[in-house]
Design a protein around this ligand. Structure first.
Ligand code: AMP
Ligand code: MN
Length: 343
């Protein structure tokens, strides 16, 4: 069962007699008892929220659930319900489950978890270019967060939207829309959030927990990063650099880096940001963010990465000096194309 139509959440359900992707996923889940849920390496709020919302829904159906991720989530997610259920492992020896639900991954390798290849895979994702690697696939680029898709699956399963589930769906949407900044937000996004708030979620508390829970080290890091920021393309592109020395000097850790990339976008002139993180192995992790129609995913795809129009990333082998100019040049092109498209 596949669906590549951007409107796939409704596209195949129109009385044609065909099963929609959501119905197919519902049927496969109801038939099975033991599940493993995974998501991409270096999980973000959408990964965590989508996984835990699904886990609580499967609990409600009396299923057995394991959650396995390659990396731990950033600290400010640790107090959310169910976080202690997540196992951190880069290999699962004998999964011993009836299905693996993979969230947020355009290919299975994005999980960073080995040993899942021959399982019954349920693929739920909203990133462009999904490889349809599952036995059941639901790919919907029109969803602002994978959490929106999980919401639909949970409804199809007939599970009540409890406060715990609503908290995780809202967390997924709040974070993956860049706190309601990105251009893929629809009326459906708010309709789901409305139902989450009716189920007991307090938006002010969620925003404070996710965005206003910085360490002092992170505040110092923000100062250092912005002090060091370079501008290109007549101020339309911001370039940020981070390495381990900077973390040490400011008393911060890798855990404190989430969201920093968004800071330059608060300047009116800046249309895109690129964030270079030099890792200990000498690889360069590149993250990009943009406004409106500036398509950074296109740039990421030239380097075997991926993501969305306004948020994308990839990793290249360094050194930084050898790769930076080419990436900046492509971003300048993306900004020109995006500005041209703007009404
Ligand atoms: P990040 O900059 O790491 O926060 O990632 C931004 C978006 O791009 C997220 O939706 C990621 O899942 C996606 N992304 C980042 N790196 C890759 C990659 N190497 N391949 C595919 N998607 C990626
Ligand atoms: Mn996502």
């Amino acid at each position: 069962m596949t669906a590549t139509n951007p409107d796939s959440h409704s596209g195949l359900e129109t009385g044609s007699g065909l099963t929609s992707p959501v119905e197919a996923i519902r049927d496969e889940i109801l038939k099975r008892r033991r599940f493993l849920i995974t998501s991409h390496a270096r999980p973000d709020g959408d990964s965590i929220g989508s996984q835990l919302a699904m886990a609580f829904a499967l609990d409600a159906l009396g299923k057995e659930v394991r959650i396995v991720n390659a990396d731990a989530a950033p600290d400010h997610y640790q107090d959310f319900p169910g976080m202690d259920r997540i196992e951190i492992a880069t290999r699962v020896e004998r999964p011993d489950v009836d299905a693996v639900i993979v969230m947020e991954c355009s290919e299975l390798g994005r999980t960073g978890v080995a040993g899942l290849e021959h399982q019954f895979l349920v693929n739920i994702d909203h990133h462009a270019g999904n490889q349809m690697y599952g036995a059941v696939n639901w790919h919907d680029e029109a969803s602002a967060a994978c959490g929106e898709m999980v919401f639909d699956v949970i409804q199809a399963l007939g599970v009540e939207l409890t406060e715990e589930i609503a908290t995780h769906i809202y967390l997924a949407i709040l974070t993956d829309t860049g706190s309601f900044h990105h251009s893929n937000i629809t009326p459906r996004t708010f309709d789901i959030c409305r139902q989450c708030v009716e189920a007991g979620v307090t938006p002010a508390v969620m925003a404070r927990r996710v965005f206003d829970s910085n360490s002092f080290g992170k505040l110092k890091l923000i100062g250092a990063l912005l002090d060091d920021m370079e501008l290109a393309d007549e101020g339309r592109l911001a370039v940020l650099h981070l390495d381990d020395d900077m973390l040490a000097a400011t008393g911060s850790t890798n855990n404190d880096t989430e969201g920093l990339i968004n800071l330059p976008l608060t300047a009116r002139e800046i249309q895109a940001v690129v964030f270079f993180k030099v890792t200990q192995t000498g690889e360069v992790r590149v993250s990009m963010r943009s406004k409106y129609d500036v398509d950074v995913r296109k740039v990421a795809s030239e380097f075997d990465g991926g993501g969305h129009k306004n948020a994308a990333g990839f990793t290249v082998s360094g050194p930084l000096e050898a790769v930076q100019a080419g990436i900046v040049q492509r971003l300048v092109g993306a900004i020109a194309a995006g500005l041209q498209a703007r009404p």
